[in-house]
Design a protein around this ligand. Structure first.
Ligand code: ADP
Length: 620
């Protein structure tokens, strides 16, 4: 017998579990049955596709045995089973690097971590909430040797060879004294009905019952062994919507997600016609922890005629919908689909297209409060979608939300349009590093004055790439206010006049700043600030960030134009300033402070600081 140490993170997980899930211990039954069902799914597929495993009389089945005398519960399946390596890898370590990282991040603050655990799912280890002696006896299909894994959930486990006839897994759970409620047939049945009613395989419960025989003095009671099927054993998604209640969908979701949260929404569709398939999708309330990891796990399972094929195909839905959990069951795909075939399969492509549309429509229909939750969790991936999915761009644009210069909270483009100028049909936006910087940008001054709404885009990294690619929404043109003239009340002639009046000043400033700016101009867009910087809209690179992104290249710097406010006291005084060294300092300060207001660093921070100090000293 060999002793092994659990990976550190599992030790941590085990400890956390005892704290965080104690009020909901019953879920260990759900988790073990879900594992059993997955294992049967896998063998079912092998059986249908591999000559070696073809067998006329195999039927997937889960047995739950209650042994009152022994104080134990046993959950057995005739699925794929595990060999020694599988046991080490699956039960002894957390294999997925994302999950591992996630556990590492847990703080030991039981309250905080219990929320995390909820979305992460607990799986097999949940069994240690009710037991400190668990044996897993298992034999992998096609192999001769069976193994036993034993652990008390305290940081160590043992592995040894044993004998077992059939392939599959038996999990023996010696219940702790205070967990004896799970020896009641009624209690166990209740839990199975609640979470596992629509597991596709029969769950047979074995228990003993006291029965009385005879009359009067001859009356004897004896214990009789009984067997009952505890679940409906029909895959939930194969039932018609009218047979299912909201609770059914929610309990099934909990089985699927290994969590305790309810979904934000779900959608169940049966498509009939040239192609037949059924889909059941859920939108989780909280985004999976690996949403932004390259090695995220797919959460959609593919079935063919109710036979499980894979849960590891990231192509089933577009990548930006990677937070969706659910099931696709096709009637038309061949059972022996290989991964390569899946990649370029027309049937699947069609299912993907149909599913994407349905999911987006369901999201669009979310009520306000749910939509806010959705936006909080997924706005960013929806932006990814806008960029990636040309076909569904319109729908995605109806879903995405932005901050606004005139409204509280997040607004939709449809909202914006309903308030906007329907003659001009323009949607204004500004992109910046963070909300505060953007809201205080001098570039917004003229819009504030004219009471024109501007969308505040503060997720610069992604907004800068995605937004220029939108171009229009329902015939309205999207306009970046940093590359266009601002609204004002002056005529072109008046502006020309002002520009001439200040020509000597703008020329002098340009001479000081040299190549640092493309041009220096007067502007009517400012009210309180003396200066601002804008991107040169005539530059061929402006608005092409998405192209560089697609080519995998960094965006080249677009030259800036310095605009000065001719009505500002400082600018007026500067125009008359003779002292050339003071003038130089002021020219740089105009540029650098305008840059700072847009969240752009001055070229030389030290020079900027010392110029400010110079000017301040003189002012005193
Ligand atoms: P999860 O089910 O979320 O992957 P678990 O901790 O429950 O996490 O299980 C870890 C792995 O152990 C499973 O992915 C599976 O490969 C394996 N496993 C667990 N139970 C069984 C079983 N009854 N039969 C075969 N493999 C199993």
């Amino acid at each position: 017998m060999a002793k092994h140490q659990f990976q550190t993170e599992i030790g941590q997980l085990l400890k956390l579990m005892t704290y965080s899930l104690y009020s909901n211990k019953e879920i260990f039954i759900r988790e073990l049955i879900s594992n059993a069902s997955d294992a049967i799914d896998k063998f079912n597929y092998m059986q249908l596709t591999d000559e070696q495993f073809k067998s006329a009389n195999w039927n997937g089945k889960i047995n739950v045995n209650i042994d009152e005398a022994d104080g134990s519960l046993t959950i057995a399946d005739n699925g794929i089973g595990m060999n020694e390596e599988d046991l080490m890898a699956n039960l002894g370590t957390i294999a997925n690097s994302g999950t591992k990282k996630f556990v590492e991040q847990m703080t030991g603050d039981a309250k905080k971590d219990s929320n995390l655990i909820g979305q992460f799912g607990v799986g097999f280890y949940s069994v240690f909430m009710v037991s400190d002696k668990v044996d897993v006896i298992t034999k992998k299909a096609g192999e001769d040797q069976a193994y036993m894994f034993s652990s008390d959930g305290q940081g160590e486990f043992e592995l040894k060879p044993v004998t077992k006839e059939e392939h599959g897994t038996i999990v023996y759970i010696k219940l702790r004294e205070e967990e004896k409620e799970f020896l009641s047939k009624w209690r166990v049945q209740e839990v199975i009905k609640k979470y596992s009613n629509h597991i596709a395989y029969p769950i047979m419960m074995h228990f003993t019952k006291e029965e009385t025989e005879g009359e009067g003095d001859n009356k004897t009671t004896k214990k009789v062994k009984k067997t009952e099927q505890a679940n409906a054993a029909t895959a939930l998604w194969t039932l018609s919507k009218s047979e299912l209640k909201k609770e059914d969908y929610i309990e099934f979701y909990k089985t699927l997600s290994h969590g305790d949260d309810e979904p934000l929404t779900y959608l169940h569709n049966k498509v009939e016609g040239a192609q037949e398939f059924t889909t059941l999708f859920y939108i989780p309330k909280t985004a999976p922890f690996d949403l932004y990891r390259a090695d995220y796990q797919s959460s959609v399972k593919l079935y063919v005629k109710r036979v499980f094929i894979t849960d590891d195909d990231k192509e089933l839905l577009p990548t930006y919908l990677r937070f969706v959990k659910g099931i696709i069951d096709s009637e038309d795909l061949p059972l022996n689909v290989s991964r390569e075939i899946l990649q370029e399969n027309r049937i699947l492509a069609n299912i993907k297209q149909n599913s994407t549309k349905k999911i987006l429509q369901a999201i669009k229909k979310l009520k306000d409060e749910d939509m806010n939750l959705f936006t909080e969790q997924y706005n960013r991936v929806i932006k990814e979608g806008i960029f990636q999915d040309y076909t569904n761009k319109e729908l995605l644009l109806e879903i995405v939300r932005y901050k606004s210069s005139t409204q509280e909270g997040m607004v939709s483009l449809d909202d914006y349009i309903s308030r906007g100028d329907s003659e001009k049909k323009e949607i204004y936006y500004i992109i910046g590093e963070n909300e505060k910087v953007v809201r205080n940008s001098p570039l917004l001054e003229a819009y504030k004055k004219a009471e024109i709404e501007v969308l505040i885009l503060d997720d610069k990294e992604i907004d800068e790439i995605v937004t220029p690619s939108i171009a229009t929404f329902k015939e309205w043109t999207l306009k970046d206010i940093t590359t266009m003239d601002a609204p004002d009340s002056k005529t072109a002639e008046e502006k020309e006049e002002i520009s001439k009046e200040f020509k000597s000043l703008t020329d002098r400033i340009k001479a000081v700043l040299g190549e640092e700016v493309k041009a220096v101009k007067t502007t009517a867009r400012l009210t309180t600030s003396p200066s601002c910087v804008v991107k040169d809209s005539s530059d061929p690179m402006a608005g092409m960030a998405h192209m560089f992104m697609q080519m995998g290249q960094a965006m080249p710097e677009i030259p800036l134009i310095l605009e000065i406010n001719p009505d500002h006291e400082m600018v007026k005084k500067l125009d008359k300033l003779e002292d050339s060294s003071k003038f130089e300092d002021m020219a740089w300060i105009l540029l650098d402070s305008a840059k700072l207001a847009e969240g752009i660093e001055p070229k030389d921070k030290f020079a900027f600081a010392s110029r400010i100090a110079n000017i301040a000293t003189q002012a005193l």
